[in-house]
Design a protein around this ligand. Structure first.
Ligand SMILES: Cc1ncc(C[n+]2csc(CCOP(=O)(O)OP(=O)(O)O)c2C)c(N)n1
Ligand code: SF4
Length: 350
């Protein structure tokens, strides 16, 4: 069977500042099951890059193994991509980012890929504050290998074959905040209105931006008794805030004082406008963010939105004080500056 995407597009499709229509940010036709939440996340990623006026060749898409990790084939056809080994996307992203800091790094993983085999890599990439967006398409199961419970499946939830999960779930958003992630958000694949600005904000964040997206697996984990099904998530979703992301390229108007709207300035001058829903919500307060996620859990709710933001984030390049220029742009005299310079460097250590 061949999968060919129709080339026909409405001639009046809106263009972004680069003159591209959104289809320039699409990928190959998806081979995932119809209705899979992962496809909705791919659409939100393409939309976010379109709205941010990103040149696709400035993006590197990285993934591990799983249905979720297949999705980079279904968005940003004109970008760099590397489909790595199960759970090893963070180390590939780290190497690529250190070699070329000029690209935007977008990592895609599954809950199996991240919360089990890739857990060691996940915690260390957070600790290093690598400048990347890390999206987990979280369906509570191993979709690609036919629906076994993953480590994010809630205790007591039932899988398709009727067996009940005995083990407590690993909460990736809480873990990321606990480990010092500088941008942590949570969303639902069925809520593109919320997810798209979150992805845009994550891409503008200088450091590790983690987005845990509940993304139902329609084939193996959409049954009653599952806490990652479309019905369950729709009934238990609770928002911290609705929000908008205003990139620095657009005029930022000073009209966000009304009502309970609050604006958070990001490193590059972009603004996140928060329309608070949850009482006393302050994404800059790490301890409150951890408490809020835990309180929601006790009430069987899934808290979505921007959970935590550290606006003083220093990414790995800043911490390591690496060269401003990517390694592939360094010339021989940069790498081998001669014995005099070497002696000066040695002297500075004495
Ligand atoms: C080293 C290794 N171990 C196990 C597998 C088998 N395997 C492939 S995908 C997968 C889990 C996928 O689950 P998840 O990351 O949640 O993605 P989903 O398919 O649900 O999107 C496993 C265990 C593998 N490919 N490589
Ligand atoms: S098996 Fe599940 S996760 Fe995989 S494509 Fe189908 S619906 Fe999506």
């Amino acid at each position: 069977m061949t999968y060919v995407r129709s080339k026909f597009r409405h001639p009046m499709l809106p263009k972004n500042d680069l003159g591209y229509t959104v289809d320039y940010y699409e990928g190959s036709l998806s081979t995932l099951c119809a209705g899979c939440g992962h496809d909705s996340i791919s659409t939100a990623i393409a939309q976010a890059c379109f709205e941010l006026n990103i040149e696709p060749h400035k993006v590197a898409k990285l993934s591990g193994i799983g249905c979720s990790s297949k999705t980079p084939a279904y968005f940003l056809n004109n970008s760099h991509g590397f489909n790595s080994v199960h759970g090893r996307m963070p180390s590939v992203a780290t190497g690529a980012n250190l070699a070329n800091r000029d690209l935007i790094y977008l990592g895609v993983s599954g809950d199996g890929d991240t919360a089990s085999i890739g857990m060691g890599q996940f915690v260390h990439v957070i600790r290093r504050n690598l400048n990347m967006v890390y999206i987990v398409m979280n369906n509570g199961c191993y979709g690609l290998t036919k629906g076994q419970d993953s480590a994010t499946a809630d205790s007591g939830s039932k899988n398709k074959s009727g067996s009940v999960n005995l083990f407590g779930a690993i909460d990736l958003a809480s873990l990321a905040i606990e480990l010092g992630a500088t941008f942590v958000a949570q969303s639902f694949s069925g809520d593109k209105e919320q997810l798209t600005p979150l992805i845009k904000a994550g891409m503008s964040h200088p450091g590790f931006a983690f987005i845990n997206v509940i993304s139902p697996c329609v084939t193996f984990n959409n049954n009653s008794g599952s806490t990652k099904s479309y019905d369950y998530v729709r009934e238990h979703i609770e928002m911290t805030a609705t929000f908008d992301f205003v990139p620095v390229m657009r005029e930022i108007k000073a009209d966000y004082e009304e009502g309970s709207v609050e604006s958070l300035k990001m490193h590059d001058g972009s603004v996140i406008q928060l329309h608070k829903l949850a009482k006393d919500w302050n994404p800059l307060d790490r301890v409150s963010a951890i408490n809020a996620v835990q309180n929601a859990k006790v009430k069987n709710e899934i808290l979505t939105g921007l959970l935590y933001l550290n606006s003083d984030s220093q990414d790995l390049h800043e911490l390591l004080q690496t060269s401003d220029r990517p390694l592939n742009k360094l010339i021989k005299s940069d790498l081998c500056p001669g014995s005099e310079v070497l002696q000066e460097i040695n002297a500075s250590f004495r």
